[in-house]
Write a protein that binds this ligand. Sequence first.
Ligand code: NAD
Length: 338
Amino acid sequence: MKHVLVTGGAGYIGSHTVVELVQAGYEVVIVDDLSASDGSLLKGIKAIIGKDIPFIQVDVADVRALHRIAHEFGMPDAVIHFAAYKSVNESVAEPLKYYRNNIGGMAGVLQFMKEGGVKKIVFSSSCSVYGQPQLLPVNEEASLANPQSPYANTKKICEEMLADFCKANQQIDAISLRYFNPIGAHPSSLIGELPVGVPNNLVPYITQTAAGLREKLFIYGTDYNTPDGSCIRDFIHVSDLAIAHVKALEYQPPHSPEVFNIGTGEGVSVLQLVTLFEDVTGKQLPIEYTHRRPGDVEQVWADNSKALKKLGWKPQYTLQEALLSAWNWEKKIRGITE
Ligand SMILES: NC(=O)c1ccc[n+]([C@@H]2O[C@H](COP(=O)([O-])OP(=O)(O)OC[C@H]3O[C@@H](n4cnc5c(N)ncnc54)[C@H](O)[C@@H]3O)[C@@H](O)[C@H]2O)c1
């Protein structure tokens, strides 16, 4: 199991995973249509690992193009499928964009795997499939009855597609990793989160506000049923998340698809995170408190015991380290010296 096709590898989590894969001895080919990234993280990957990784700009729904790539670089042993759109809020406004890309992309990848005889897939799922869980921390057995956005629903449908695909193709090893909230950047500051346009995720909004690119930080919702009224999430360092993919490739699931929560197991409120960022960086953020956003879940954090036990994976970075790495990355790309 050495040759891995990474879809969406020019993006945030994909680029960090490519670095960990190469450092673990895997041969990687990246496909990405650059619809949600500008390709610059590919240079950062090269700077970290010291060599070029084959990259082909292609939409993963284009099955024939995937076969052409396999013809050129060899049929992969496994696919790690990141390529998708990821904004909860945008998906509420533009649901068809999400259904078309996320589900069409998954169908393309699975068809390619079937036709090419690729036997392993690791799929990027999300804790958003749980909606608002009844019990916290949430474990993998929880109901997926209430995804609260079209984005979350695409992830739930993709997991169902994978289950049907595995039923019909018993030789497939499939793992869905349900990510909680990845933040931070590689310790080298050579790759990190680089949203196109206005960030939808909290931490790049925080770092862009600290860098003076945004006038103020908006806190969406102050009356949630949480101790400080803001939403609670499980923030995990992106390099820890990336390593979970290497562990998933090494793991032989007894049945497919097998699902793992990938989070730290700690719930932290949005306001606590902002305060911690201010503490570790010494920056004060201008804040505006505003209304709740549609699609946002009130509170969710992971029971990660299954991943700890079965994948032999354990998050290494503290929240402080994650926030500092995000700030170091923002300073690096904006040329800020302090
Ligand atoms: N970042 C998060 O908070 C988070 C949380 C849970 C799950 N996820 C999932 O993890 C995956 C990666 O997320 P990310 O944060 O790295 O996002 P990202 O936007 O940085 O990266 C996704 C990459 O996929 C590419 N892409 C999108 N559609 C494509 C298509 N049809 N064909 C080829 N390339 C395509 C984009 O250009 C982008 O480079 C996504 O599936 C996302 O839904 C992300």
